[in-house]
Design a protein around this ligand. Sequence first.
Ligand code: HEC
Length: 134
Amino acid sequence: MHLGQRPGPLAVLVLALALLAGCGDDADTERAEVTPLADHPGSVPYAEHCASCHGTDLRGTSQGPSHLSIVYEPGHHPDWSFEVAIREGVRAHHWNHGDMPAIPDIDDDEILEVISYIRAVQEDQGFEAYPPTD
Ligand code: HEC
């Protein structure tokens, strides 16, 4: 595109799609949503099944808590508790986001990948205080 030239319809369409793609989560939009460790295989099922509540960046939304909270470190919530949460759902007990429903249409391999992804991001980014300080 030359300087001074107005963007054509295609450029406008591309921009609109880019904006739409960024609006998957209408809560907490003021925060930069970056998918960490995007090359990890578990990031794909995570984005599909968990990110709407737990956040693209794993730091939570109005619908669900941050997976980087210290309460989700492996000593307090081991991998099996993640598996139970996914298969059976969770009654609200640590937060005020309501209950987590059982997650349908996620297979055993995806469950293992998602848990390994969350652990990898926890290790990479470290933990947040509980209760949250911000
Ligand atoms: C519809 C929203 C929603 C979705 C989708 C969702 N969660 Fe949750 N999740 C929640 C809420 C809300 C809680 C908090 C419950 C509480 O107050 O302790 C929670 C809690 C959890 C916990 C803590 C369990 C415990 O024993 O305390 C784990 C682990 C978890 N989620 C994993 C996941 C994973 C992995 C996915 C994707 C496969 C997922 N969640 C999808 C809403 C959701």
